[in-house]
Design a protein around this ligand. Sequence first.
Ligand code: ATP
Length: 493
Amino acid sequence: MSVTMDTLVSLCKRRGFIFQSSEIYGGTGSCYDYGPLGVELKQNIKRLLWRDFVQSRADMVGIDASILMHPMVWKASGHLDHFTDPMVDCRDCKLRFRADHVDALPWTHYCPATKGNKFTIPAGEPCSHCGARRTLCPDCGKGELTAPRQFNLMFKTFMGPVEEDASVAYLRPETAQAMFVNFDNVLQSMRLKLPFGIAQAGRSFRNEITPGNFIFRTREFEQMEIEYFVNPRDAVDGRPADEHWHDRWIADCMAWFRRYGLREENLRLREHEKDELSHYSKRTVDIDYRFPIGWSELMGIANRTDFDLKQHSKFSGKSLTYFDEERKEHVVPYVIEPAMGVDRALLAFMADAYVEDEVRGEKRVVLRFHPELAPVKVAVLPLLKKREEIVRAAHAIRADLAKQWRVVYDDTAAIGRLYRRQDEVGTPYCVTVDVQTVGDSEKGETGDGKATIRDRDSMEQIRAPIDALPGLFHDLLSGGAWSQVAVRFPAAK
Ligand code: ATP
């Protein structure tokens, strides 16, 4: 079953993942705020990207550059001249659309065959009553659309106290350029040898004409981009090094998404047609995901050739080359760029994790997040909140586990409901503390010092000593499968 966007939007708001920005003022168009669980999930995505693509690789380093860059950066990169989308306006209602998106929108139609009744007709389809196809504004259905005009997507602002042309600055529309302009700084300070890559994760801004579909297309978003520099003179397995590394990065990125839970049937590669390629690109391949809105780009992996380094060298007058010791010559490296949208990745992980199943005749909503992605790793739940020893023991377990992971305590409902709540936000494990754990001091009974651990996906339960919990969760949360780790302990009765 595939989840709808409306279901995700409502779950995100209800359970503290994502809120409309400035909601109490009516909201800011296409801007979103990550709530307490959303921020954990997003940070986990960024942490895993950084760990897997930067820290664990000998050929990668990272930077964190400022968002405001010298305006010449955007002249040299081509963004000032080319970072545009074709825009059309409705002459009647004045709404604006991206010309290439209009055909993909459902359209409003006042059908003459039904005395002018209003219908919303799916994108690309004719009216089933009169057979007409959309020629007018897809929103109001009344106005003619203007001819397309080019619209630059960069946000403009002013540096310093004077608002004049000389002080115009731009919010970066991508993180990539900082890696190019810092190429020589990084190369010299880190004494790197080709091939190597520089990564950066951070905010980008695009004044999108038609943002929408929740966090899929927003005007402020986070990217993680990698610029992987290779020597174009080198060959690997008989192929030019840039082509070899391009394929390697496509495979590595696909494997990364699969590793953290995206299902094979929801992923595909899409090769850009020649006429669709950006001005700098020799070849671009998108990883598409089957989002609730249909197949759409999750990330792009481009071979940007030596375009950017050459442009920045030309505009800055600084040499941006690499000295090839073997051939005793300076070369301008080629660059392979895996460019990922963190928010889009988050949306894909949520959509893929969403499952509705049935437990004892009741609907259960589960986000089957990979444990490393899950915003909360463990929830500690007291079975009886009136028993002081139980509550005390549960708080102590939470505090101990929270030294290493995001762990929550909840006693605000009966246990069945508490489990459902944790399932719905994707918490992989719950720990319950009961009378058996702590015993009954009034009756002189001591507890067994064990707690019940419940697995989100199988709903199986085991009983383990409290002091074994850190070790147990270490195994489970660092990739150990429940079926293998749980056998060390008896099933809970
Ligand atoms: P699109 O064709 O969807 O506009 P793009 O090809 O312009 O995207 P890139 O410039 O290749 O996108 O950016 C790399 C990645 O950054 C995209 O694959 C996407 O995940 C993310 N991204 C780009 N624009 C946005 C946006 N407006 N909102 C959220 N994420 C975005």
